[in-house]
Design a protein around this ligand. Structure first.
Ligand code: AP5
Ligand code: ZN
Length: 217
C-alpha cells in the first residue's frame, strides 16, 4: 500500500506511523525524522534544513522533494510506503504525483488525523524523543517510558525537540493551516481522503486507522 498521513503537528502521525507501518509491512518515511537524522549527523542537507525547522517554517521544496524522492527509491519502498510529513504543500503533492506517475503506481489512501488544537498543544508540550532515533516518541504523561528520561526501544536519552517551544509550535500550526491543509482538498478531489479522529488511546486510534484503510481499499 502507498499511504500519505496528514494532520497537524502533534496529532500523533509519528506515533501511529510506527504501528501502521509494522501492521502493513511497509516502511515509515518521515521527512521530519530524515531532516533530524541529517542534523544530528551534521550533513549539508541538515545544515540547510535546520534554520527553517527551528523557526517552524517549511524547508524549501527544492531540498525536501529531492530527499523524499531518494528515500522512496530505496529497495524497501518499491512495493509501498507510509509517508509522514510529506507532502506538506500543494507543490509537494504535485511533485509526488509526478514521481508516482513515472513509476506507474498510485496512492491508495490519504489518512487524515483530526485532533482539536488544545489537545495538540498538550501533546507537543509533553513530548520527549530519543537522541538516537527521533522515531522513538514518548510523552511525559500520556505515553511514559518505563524509566523517566530513557528510551524504551534503545536506552537512548530522551529530550524535548528544539521546535517544540510554545512560540515555534504556534508558527507550525499556522503553517499547517495555510500550507498543508490545502492538500486535503487536493486529495479529496482524487477521492483518496479518509478522516479519522485521533483522540483517545494510541491503540484505539491505530485500530480506527486500520479499519478506515481497509474500507478505503
Ligand atoms: P515533523 O517532524 O513532520 O513535525 P510535525 O508535522 O510538526 O509533526 P510532529 O512530529 O510534531 O507530530 P506528530 O503528528 O508526528 O505527533 P507525535 O506522534 O510525535 O516536521 C518538523 C519540521 O521539519 C517542520 O516544521 C518543517 O520545518 C520540517 N519538515 C518536515 N517535513 C517537511 C516537508 N515535507 N516540507 C518542508 N518541511 C518539512 O505525537 C505527539 C505527542 O503526542 C507525543 O508525545 C506522543 O507520545 C503523544 N501522543 C500521540 N498519540 C497520542 C494519543 N492518542 N493520546 C495521547 N498522546 C498521544
Ligand atoms: Zn530510542
Amino acid at each position: 500500500m502507498r499511504i500519505v498521513l496528514v494532520g497537524p503537528p502533534g496529532a500523533g502521525k509519528g506515533t501511529q506511523a510506527a504501528y501502521l507501518a509494522q501492521n502493513l509491512s511497509i516502511p515509515h518515511i518521515s521527512t521530519g525524522d530524515l531532516f533530524r537524522a541529517n542534523i544530528s549527523q551534521g550533513t549539508d542537507l541538515g545544515k540547510q534544513a535546520r534554520s527553517y525547522m527551528d523557526a517552524g517554517q517549511l524547508v524549501p521544496d527544492e531540498v525536501t522533494i529531492g530527499m523524499a524522492k531518494d528515500r522512496m527509491s530505496q529497495p524497501d519502498a518499491v512495493d509501498g510506503f507510509l509517508l509522514d510529513g510529506f507532502p506538506r504543500n500543494v507543490g509537494q503533492a504535485e511533485a509526488l504525483d509526478g514521481i508516482l506517475r513515472n513509476e506507474s503506481v498510485k496512492l491508495d489512501a490519504v489518512l487524515d488525523l483530526e485532533v482539536p488544537e488544545d489537545e495538540v498543544v498538550k501533546r507537543i508540550a509533553g513530548r520527549r524523543i530519543c537522541r538516537n532515533d527521533s522515531a522513538h516518541v514518548f510523552h511525559v504523561t500520556y505515553n511514559q517510558p518505563k524509566t523517566e528520561g530513557v528510551c524504551d526501544a534503545c536506552g537512548g536519552e530522551l529530550y524535548q525537540r528544539d521546535d517544540d517551544s510554545e512560540e515555534t509550535v504556534r508558527t507550525r500550526l499556522e503553517v499547517y493551516h495555510t500550507e498543508t491543509e490545502p492538500i486535503i482538498d487536493y486529495y479529496r478531489a482524487q477521492g483518496l481522503v479518509v478522516t479519522i479522529s485521533a483522540l483517545g488511546k494510541v491503540t484505539d486510534v491505530t485500530e480506527r486507522a486500520m479499519e478506515a484503510l481497509e474500507k478505503s481499499d
